[in-house]
Design a protein around this ligand. Structure first.
Ligand code: PMP
Length: 359
């Protein structure tokens, strides 16, 4: 089988080791004679899988008992409304840091439930940077930010320091567990799995327990965090295969040296690409230098025809998924945790060659 270099923004490349272990367990989970997707979620073997996945997650990110770790459905997009539905109301204000299309979508949903103060925005320059200053409201219900902007290729270097006492809520969909994170600084961290954690269909939510109880209890059961927390994410049938695979990915990250280990690898992996872009006279990185993402590297030639030619010739050479999002144009190389370093080196060689012929 010829696996190509997959630069997809998500669903994205997964560790081969994890895929192989998943493949084995698809036919029989351990020696049960029943595949992982075929087991009842209430049976002992799957309950053990879910417990192990949670334990691996807690160990990896050093998550204390003050937090619940939930495996939910509906993607990060469901968290866009579940967070305000549980934590915001018409007489309250939540602060949002608007650094891309996903933050804007989160704002739109929050406005259905209460007031939104846009504490900062980088929309004036098509989201090519992370703002340095924020203007917070007096006592926001929470402060929401998107740690990595998948479409625009920008990333917060560290979490913003919101006003004291305001829970920090983070959409970490595209950089979760790509570097160390001090969970104790957050109220809620959520992420769809399909970039750094596994297959689509499962959403990781790490939530401080006191916030779970703040939510109204007259919401539909599925929309209350307490329902999921009180039932170990098994109020209804959970995404069993996703949970299993996520557990394998946590274990794989641990083997890479944990979050510090992957962070070091991710920095070393992105560097040759950014270095090349900085020296190139054909290609140019679109994000400001101090805001660059280590997960999504966006670049353009400035000529749409050349971009298209580049993307087509790259695909022929086995570099897939490089087309940028239409709101930025050009190219985007998504190089999440599982993307191999040699794929980036190979891409840089290919770009250098393309520049020599087309520059
Ligand atoms: N937030 C970010 C930062 C994303 O990149 C995405 C998906 N690309 C989403 C939210 C939406 O996630 P989902 O498709 O899981 O709802």
């Amino acid at each position: 089988m010829n696996r190509v270099y997959n630069f997809s923004a998500g669903p994205a490349v997964m560790p081969v080791e994890v895929l192989e272990e998943a493949r084995e367990n698809m036919l029989s989970l351990g020696d049960t004679g029943i595949g992982v997707m075929e087991h009842s979620h209430r049976g002992k073997p799957f309950v053990a899988v879910a417990e192990q996945a949670e334990a691996n997650c807690r160990k990896l990110a050093n998550i204390s008992d003050d937090y619940a770790v939930l495996f939910l459905q509906g993607g990060a997009s469901t968290q866009f409304f579940t967070v305000p539905q549980n934590l915001l109301s018409k007489d309250k204000t939540a602060d949002y840091l608007v650094t891309g299309s996903w933050s804007k979508k989160a704002v739109k949903e929050a406005k259905l439930f209460g007031n939104v103060n846009v504490a900062c925005s980088s929309e004036d320059r098509n989201f090519c940077y992370i703002p340095k200053e924020c203007s917070y409201s007096d006592a926001p219900a929470y402060v929401h930010f998107t740690s990595n902007n998948t479409i625009f290729g920008t990333q917060f270097a560290t979490e913003p320091a919101g006003p004291a006492g305001a829970p920090l809520v983070c959409d970490a969909s595209s950089d979760i567990f790509s570097r160390p994170i001090d969970v104790s600084k957050y109220g809620i961290i959520y992420a769809g799995a399909q970039k750094n954690l596994g297959p689509s269909g499962v959403t990781l939510v790490i939530i401080r327990k006191d916030l779970i109880e703040q939510g109204p209890s007259d919401l539909p059961s599925m929309l209350q965090y307490r329902t999921h927390a009180n039932n170990d994410s098994m109020f209804n049938t959970p995404p069993t295969f996703g949970i299993f695979t996520m557990g394998l990915v946590f274990k794989w990250i641990e083997k890479q040296g944990g979050l510090a280990g992957v962070a070091q690898k991710n920095a070393a992996k992105a560097k040759p690409l950014y270095d090349y872009l900085d020296g190139s006279s054909l290609f140019k990185a679109t994000a400001d230098q101090d805001s660059r993402s280590l997960m999504n590297v966006c670049f353009v030639t400035g000529d749409a025809d050349k971009d298209a030619k580049f993307i087509a010739s790259a695909k022929e050479e086995g570099f897939d998924g490089l087309k940028g999002h239409r709101s930025v144009g050009g190219m985007r190389a998504s190089i999440y945790n599982a993307f191999p370093a040699e794929g980036v080196t190979a891409l840089v060689d290919f770009m250098r060659d393309f520049e020599a012929k087309n520059g």
